[in-house]
Design a protein around this ligand. Structure first.
Ligand code: ATP
Ligand code: ZN
Length: 515
């Protein structure tokens, strides 16, 4: 056969976009500037005789109310316009109902890829796609963290199984190696330095070590730049605009571009016969700022103008979102604490407020929520609907279960065991708990020990009630009623009714004693 000229392939990548179609108040990121940058990179690569593949590592959904309220339509349509070739399916793609996911897939002009998601024995998404560039075939397969099974609303993944990504990769890679000169995985599994995933499901590093034959892993989920200081040493203090060396494991390069479109990753390969060489790698900041020595925020790189056409396309989405969100709801005399660092480890004021709002709405004796469902704090001063939706973006419903004290005690025992630091960790109201080394020692409602024979009413979200975060299932209990009330609306109504809120009223105090 006549020798082919080497292929110059530039892989551009993003991940964990999470609704950031619009730039933040500092003018950082945003899809109009991303469009300008990617258009320019395309032109540059073309001029040098190269080809481009544009990939995303998943989790386009969830994180900004303007996007969430519109089912991420601005984000996904903008990805079409930027010309993405494929994206991985992230766990947050299951935050909305299957009907919404189906609608989102119908919008896309490129595939959502995942090889390890099954329904009724069939893959739910295309496992891979083969792309042709200058006569060369490049295989891109998709993979999704198997943690998705326990991270999302069980109803949204009914009948769906997430198998181990590395096992699917092991099956597919030989097939893809036979079909293509380069095998890429676009994944939503996380980069865990030296394969130390801790409580998380195995990520990119573990997969690359287990499966020979991957050339490149375009990752996501852990939301960090993958820029290495040395072998198995990641730079977790990466400064935008500085050089970035991707990880390499078992012959595979592993890249990730932090989150929110803050960067576009650029990996230039030269494919010459069986040889695939990475000749250049960069994380290009999209109008990101960094701190100057005097503490001021300064541009971390060149300023990228927003693409006018894209801006004009996105503007009505932003305006529509803002109009629906700017509505004032109430006020508070201080911050109501929902910071992830604390809310997943100890009772906080916001956890207490949300649980009280659920009790108030339903007339329950007590309420319990998983702390992972508390996504932000409420700011001091005015509270808008946007602030409320940032705290509870999932659109859960509030449910109530009437049950005997004995059953309630069993449930609270399970709640007491949830690991501090995990999203399962409970926030409560209406009940006083004493927990010793994860064992429930005492539970009181209104100063009375829970009576095993009496009936109690527990308020919770449909997320925990249907077994989310590993909670015992209560939705099949005969005393279960889903009120249908949206969780954020319940909180909103309570804030409106009690404003101005006094933070001191929501101090958890001795609600939970852990020893
Ligand atoms: P990613 O890195 O992909 O963004 P993530 O950072 O959101 O994932 P976590 O912040 O740990 O991962 O979020 C997972 C947690 O979010 C779950 O353990 C659960 O506590 C919470 N969660 C997810 N969906 C819901 C929901 N519908 N209602 C309440 N909580 C939810
Ligand atoms: Zn994720």
């Amino acid at each position: 056969p006549t020798p082919r000229p080497p292929l110059k392939l530039t892989v551009l990548h993003t991940n964990d976009h999470h609704g950031r179609f619009w730039p933040n108040a500092d003018g950082e990121y945003g899809m109009a500037a991303r469009k300008t940058l990617i258009d320019r990179l395309r032109a540059e690569v073309k001029a040098s005789g190269g080809e481009v593949l544009l990939l995303d590592g998943g989790d386009v959904n969830t994180g900004v109310p303007e996007s969430d309220l519109q089912d991420a339509e601005p984000d996904l349509q903008a990805m079409n316009r930027i010309g993405y070739d494929a994206m991985a399916v992230g766990n947050h793609e299951f935050d909305k109902s299957p009907a919404v996911l189906a609608k989102q897939r119908s919008w896309l002009k490129f595939p959502m890829l995942s090889a390890n998601i099954y329904k009724d024995g069939q893959r739910l998404f295309e496992p891979y796609r083969i792309f042709e560039r200058a006569g060369y075939k490049i295989a891109v397969m998709g993979l999704t963290t198997d943690d998705t099974q326990k991270m999302v609303l069980p109803d949204n993944i009914r009948g769906i199984t997430f198998t181990k990504p590395a096992a699917e990769a092991a099956k597919l890679v030989p097939e893809l190696r036979a079909k293509a000169v380069m095998v890429i995985a676009t994944t939503h599994m996380g980069h865990y330095t030296d394969g130390q995933a801790g409580v998380n499901a195995a990520g990119d590093v573990e997969m690359a070590r287990a499966v020979k034959g991957l050339d490149l892993v375009v990752g996501g989920h852990s939301q960090n730049p993958v820029c290495m200081l040395g072998e198995n040493k990641r730079n977790d203090a990466y400064v935008p605009g500085s050089p970035c060396a991707p990880d390499r494991q078992n012959g595979a390069w592993i890249v990730q571009a932090h989150e929110w479109g803050k960067y576009v990753g650029r990996a230039d390969f030269v494919i010459d016969g069986p040889k695939i060489e990475l000749v250049r790698y960069e994380l290009l900041p999209v109008n990101m700022k960094k701190r100057a020595p005097d503490g001021k925020k300064v541009p971390a790189g060149e300023t990228i103008a927003e693409d006018a056409e894209m801006k004009a396309y996105l503007q009505p989405f932003q305006a529509n979102g803002q109009a629906r969100l700017a509505v004032p709801v109430g006020a508070t005399d201080g911050v109501l604490d929902g910071d992830r660092e604390r809310v997943r480890k100890q009772p906080t004021t916001l956890g207490t407020l949300i649980a009280r709002a659920m009790m108030d709405k339903t007339g329950a004796d007590l309420a319990l929520i998983n702390s992972g469902g508390v996504r932000d704090s409420l700011p001091a001063g005015q509270i808008s609907y946007r602030d409320v939706l940032k705290v509870q973006p999932f659109g859960n419903t509030v449910a109530i279960v009437q049950m005997k004290g004995a059953e309630l005690l069993t449930y609270l025992k399970a709640a007491a065991k949830m690991t501090p630091g995990s999203g399962a960790f409970p926030q409560t109201a209406g009940v006083r708990l004493v927990i010793e080394a994860g064992e429930l020692k005492d539970a009181r409602i209104g100063n009375q020990a829970i009576d095993p024979l009496r009936d109690y009413r527990l308020a919770l979200t449909n997320f925990t009630a249907t077994g989310g975060d590993g909670y015992p299932k209560l939705n099949t209990h005969p005393g279960y009623v889903d009120s249908g009330f949206n969780d954020a609306d319940v909180l909103r109504a309570y804030i409106a009714k009690r404003s101005p809120l006094k933070v001191a009223d929501y101090e958890p105090g001795d609600a939970v004693t852990r020893r």
